[in-house]
Design a binder for this molecule. Structure first.
Ligand code: C2E
Ligand code: MG
Ligand code: MG
Ligand code: MG
Length: 284
């Protein structure tokens, strides 16, 4: 594979095998991107699903689709190791389209199997995808081809991505909203949201960042932040979702704050479709 080799800037001008993890990050990145392009074509991407639980009650109300890469030599790669490069290079467009199609198709397969009627399918959308003028048509096309009602799809967009270009984000969100899809602000509390925009964005959910959830049982500041996010969500008519719940204590604290939904390792890690714990085999 020629992509695995590059000319080293050595006086000799000879070629040398370049191995990911070597001290040349720029070269690693090029190799990674070239491999990622073919990975999308060759079917090396996977989607894992993490349940999102209704509080209280404990039922699985939805799942979040999270991409993984079954790399031929490096094993199962988590998004942290390739999403940023995909985003900066534009490969995220193809990757995002693939994940959307796969996740929507999985929702339809689960419907056919009758495992979880009305399940919400949440898919992450990056800043670059949000800025892509083809996004709205692509989402509409994927839903129509699969036959999934738009109201079953949640698009998660980080606060940072929304605030990158809030005016154009607003236009795109409005177009997505008119398709009937639901919109969530992801990693809420970690970006630079302005309330001026937040009140204008036609969103349905706030996903409270896991950094605050992780501290809420030990740190009064984190607890106050989570409480404020839940109150803000409710005051604005939005659903409050807590990310990264790892313990029963955190779950109980969220229940006490009347947080609507929760997601985290306490309930389930992200898993392949056939391992999602339907319906109530997860801690309630
Ligand atoms: P995110 O959308 O905020 O997803 C939540 C991340 O938190 C996931 O990491 C999930 O595995 C992790 N997580 C869930 N529960 C817990 C917990 O209890 N404790 C801890 N420590 N972590 C928990 P993951 O799967 O590595 O994804 C990381 C980020 O990569 C995502 O953050 C999202 O921003 C991005 N991403 C993943 N899949 C896609 C995709 O298909 N498209 C785009 N554009 N971005 C994606
Ligand atoms: Mg997310
Ligand atoms: Mg998040
Ligand atoms: Mg995140």
């Amino acid at each position: 594979d020629t992509a695995m080799y590059r000319a080293k800037a050595q006086g000799s001008g000879r070629w040398e095998a370049h191995v990911p993890g070597s001290p040349d990050p720029a070269a690693d990145r090029l190799v990674l991107l070239e491999q990622l392009r073919s990975a999308i074509r060759d079917g090396e991407l996977r989607v894992h699903y993490q349940p999102r639980m209704a509080l209280p009650g404990g039922g699985v109300s939805g799942v979040e689709a999270l991409v993984r890469w079954q790399h031929p030599t490096r094993g199962l790669l988590q998004p942290d190791s390739f999403i940023d490069a995909a985003e900066e290079s534009g490969v995220i467009r193809d990757l995002g389209a693939w994940v959307l199609t796969e996740a929507v198709g999985q929702a339809v397969r689960w419907d056919a199997a009758g495992v979880a009627p009305g399940l919400q399918m949440a898919v992450n959308v990056s800043a670059r995808q949000l800025a892509d003028t083809g996004l709205v048509a692509r989402v509409a096309g994927v839903l129509a081809r699969a036959g999934l009602p738009a109201s079953r799809l949640v698009l998660e967009i980080t606060e940072t991505a929304l605030m990158h270009d809030p005016e154009s984000a607003l236009t795109t969100l409005q177009a997505l909203r008119s398709l009937g899809v639901l919109l969530a602000v992801d990693d809420f509390g970690t970006g630079y949201s302005s309330f001026t925009y937040l009140k204008q964005f036609p969103v349905d959910e706030l996903k409270i960042d896991r950094s605050f959830v992780a501290g809420m049982t030990t740190d009064a500041g984190d607890r106050a932040i989570v409480a404020s996010c839940v109150h803000l969500a409710h005051a604005m008519g939005l659903v409050a979702v807590a990310e990264g719940v790892e313990s029963a204590d955190e779950r109980d604290a969220l229940l006490a704050l009347r947080c609507d939904q929760a997601q985290g390792y306490f309930f389930s890690r992200p898993v392949p479709a056939d391992e999602v714990p339907f319906p109530a085999t997860v801690p309630a």
